[in-house]
Design a protein around this ligand. Structure first.
Ligand code: KIV
Ligand code: ZN
Length: 380
């Protein structure tokens, strides 16, 4: 039977950390309502201690949504946890996400601490967070570069202290997919109380591996994914929600599903891009402008014969109205004929050959030939 993967959206927290992408409370509330309609299970709404504005945003998101759990970030510091607990006061289901660095480089240089002190601080943070909410997620920052045996001990200790979810982030986007599988598999098999908590994936995209690592983590036992719309986030970004949701949908054979309504993915991507003033790259998987556009003659010919030749996703399944054929100097006669027919023109083969010759000259000159250009060309 297919197993559920919980989708934890951090567009409003990790995504919003991107320079220039800051949101007002009203914008956060508007996006949170759409995330609820999209079907996410958990919304990380902000980092309440960071500013009065973000504290208010978390409060207002709690009031605005009903079904998703609302999560607030904190460091493993009493004041942060108190602020997160207070901001979640109105949540129907609230979660505090607290944690600390777990790799030796973080322990030594960021915290000037020791592994044992880190375990102690993590345990205290989880216990304190549990005084506010029953649902506490612990993050072991930079888990991707942490010593595995230590990570297993830390995971065991925070679960014992009351953590319901343990997030093992690849904070620096360093890990390779086969290593991620091995690391999560190790945790699943070497933490005695692992059945009392859910393991979460939070992978950054510095080497372009975020989605692959997240899928590898799921295959090894993780049951929550921390993702953002359009993959926005610190540096090269986070794991993209649409990529993970569609990978699990396209590869049903993996045996996992999410609650995401995939037909809302494209409109959601556009909303986040416009609100955050962050353009989506044209070739972005699933939601980019070119994700369902065919421009070379070889591809266009196959696509026009049967869309399955070059599309593994029906565009309407992700909310894109239809695929497109772009006419360029790399396009073939088949695509030109098809477009001319859509415009109401019918030509025999010699006529089409003539038009195609002139079309290529024009396309070399202007790069992309639109319908207006084509009509002009035909009339001439
Ligand atoms: O990348 C990271 O490690 C984070 C944590 C705060 C969860 O964003
Ligand atoms: Zn992050």
């Amino acid at each position: 039977m297919s197993q559920k993967i919980y989708v934890f959206d951090t567009t409003l927290r990790d995504g919003e950390q991107v320079p220039g992408c800051q949101l007002t409370t009203e914008e956060k509330v508007m996006i949170a309502k759409e995330l609820e309609i999209l079907g996410v299970d958990i919304i990380e709404a902000g980092f309440p201690i960071s500013s009065p504005g973000d504290f208010r945003s978390v409060e207002e998101v709690c009031k605005a949504v009903t079904n998703p759990t609302v999560c607030a970030l904190s460091r493993a510091v009493k004041g942060d946890i108190d602020a997160a607990g207070a901001a979640l006061k109105h949540a129907k289901r609230g979660r505090i996400h607290t944690g600390i660095g777990a790799s030796d480089v973080h322990i030594k240089y960021k915290f000037n601490s020791t592994r044992e002190q880190i375990i102690e601080q993590g345990v205290e943070a989880v216990k304190h967070a549990r005084t506010y909410v029953e649902d506490v997620e612990f993050y072991a920052e930079d888990a991707g570069r942490a010593d595995l045996e230590f990570l297993a001990r830390l995971t065991e200790a925070v679960i014992k202290a009351g953590a319901t979810v343990v997030n093992l982030p690849d904070t620096t986007g360093y890990v390779l997919p086969h290593e991620m599988y091995h690391r999560i598999d190790y945790i699943m098999n070497n933490v005695p109380n692992i059945d009392k908590a859910i393991i979460s994936m939070h992978n950054h995209n510095d080497l372009g591996m975020a989605t692959a690592n997240t899928i590898a983590g799921i295959r090894a036992g993780a049951r929550q994914v921390e993702v953002t719309i359009n993959g926005i986030g610190e540096r090269a970004g986070n794991t993209s929600l649409e990529e993970v949701a569609m990978t699990l949908k396209v590869h049903k054979d993996l045996g996992f599903h999410t609650n995401i309504d995939s037909t809302k993915l494209f409109p959601m991507s556009q909303l986040v891009s416009q609100t955050m003033r962050m353009p989506v790259q044209a070739n972005k998987a699933i939601v980019g402008r070119n994700a369902f556009a065919h421009s070379s003659g070889i591809h266009q010919d196959g696509f026009l014969k049967n869309a399955d030749t070059y599309e593994i996703i029906n565009p309407q399944d992700v909310g894109v109205p239809k695929s497109s054929i772009v006419l360029t100097a790399r396009s073939g006669r088949h695509a030109l004929k098809h477009r001319l027919e859509l415009l109401g023109f019918k030509f025999d083969k010699p006529q089409l050959d003539g038009i195609y010759k002139n079309f290529l000259v024009l396309a070399d000159e202007i790069k992309e030939v639109n319908d207006k250009d084509l009509v002009k060309l035909v009339r001439a």
